[in-house]
Every structure is written in C-alpha cells, then in structure tokens.
Design a protein around this ligand. Structure first.
Ligand code: 5GP
Ligand code: ZN
Length: 128
C-alpha cells in the first residue's frame, strides 16, 4: 500500500528477513534495540495475517532475539502487538514489537505487558 510507511521498505532499517516477513528497527525505540517484525504483505492487524505469515514472523522473532542477544545482551523481552486503535495501534500495517528489557530500566518491572492498563496490578504477583 503506497501510503503505508511500513510498505516503503527502502525507508526501513531492515535487520533480518525471510520470504514472508521483515524485521527492522523502530524509529522511536522504547528501549535500546526495539525492533518491529511485520508481514511483507500489507495487512492491518494481527488477525488479518495468515498462518504462513504468522509462522514466518515467529521464525523471524527468534532470529531478531539472537541478533539482539549477540549485540546488546538484554536481560529480557516484551513481545507483543497492539490490535486496533482502542489498544493503542497507530500504524495499521500489522507489526509485532520486540522490546528488549534491561535490569533496572524501570523501578518495578513485575507484571510487564499487564501494565498497558495502569493501576490494575495483581497485588500478589505484580507489585511489591
Ligand atoms: P503501534 O503504536 O502501531 O503499535 O506502533 C507503531 C510503531 O511504529 C511505534 O513504535 C513507532 O515508533 C514506530 N514507527 C512509526 N513510524 C515509523 C517509521 O517511519 N519507521 C519506523 N522504523 N518505525 C516507525
Ligand atoms: Zn503497509
């Protein structure tokens, strides 16, 4: 799709690819090494991709983690997709965020992606 930024491959800093998927650096990284993995085909959300694309994306997520482990040695990862405006999606070409995490990057990391809605921590597991 010509007006989609993720379809303009020459503008992306691509770090890995396979037949159906691409991995590139996020231009506004949440943490050092933040990458996105997308299907090469323009589809809007996670649920619009087919099983072969999901498989290719999954393989590429593994490759990206090996590259980031080698280059940055993160202590953990958050991996996930925003699906729809209500969930925070801003670019409507399906992408998976790979966000490397580093010990001490936030005061209390417990709960991770649960914290997309603040103040809903599970008292026994997510907070001190
Ligand atoms: P969303 O909010 O849709 O889940 O995530 C969109 C992501 O795309 C954000 O993390 C944002 O920083 C990234 N992004 C937006 N525009 C560009 C761009 O032109 N190039 C790259 N590489 N990433 C972008
Ligand atoms: Zn696109």
């Amino acid at each position: 799709m010509s007006d989609c930024i993720f379809c303009q491959r020459d503008r992306l800093e691509i770090i890995a690819e396979n037949e159906l998927a691409l991995a590139f650096k996020d231009s506004c990284p949440v943490s050092e090494g933040h990458c996105l993995v997308i299907p090469k085909r323009h589809v809007a959300t996670y649920f619009d991709a087919g099983p072969e694309e999901h498989s290719a994306i999954s393989i590429l997520i593994g490759e990206v983690s090996r590259i980031l482990n080698r280059d940055l040695s993160p202590d953990g990862y958050n991996i996930g997709a925003n699906v729809g405006e209500a969930a925070g999606q801003t670019v409507f070409h399906f992408h998976i965020h790979i966000i490397p995490r580093y010990r001490g990057d936030v005061a209390d990391p417990r709960g991770g992606v649960r914290k997309v809605i603040p103040n809903r921590s599970c008292p026994l597991r997510d907070s001190k």
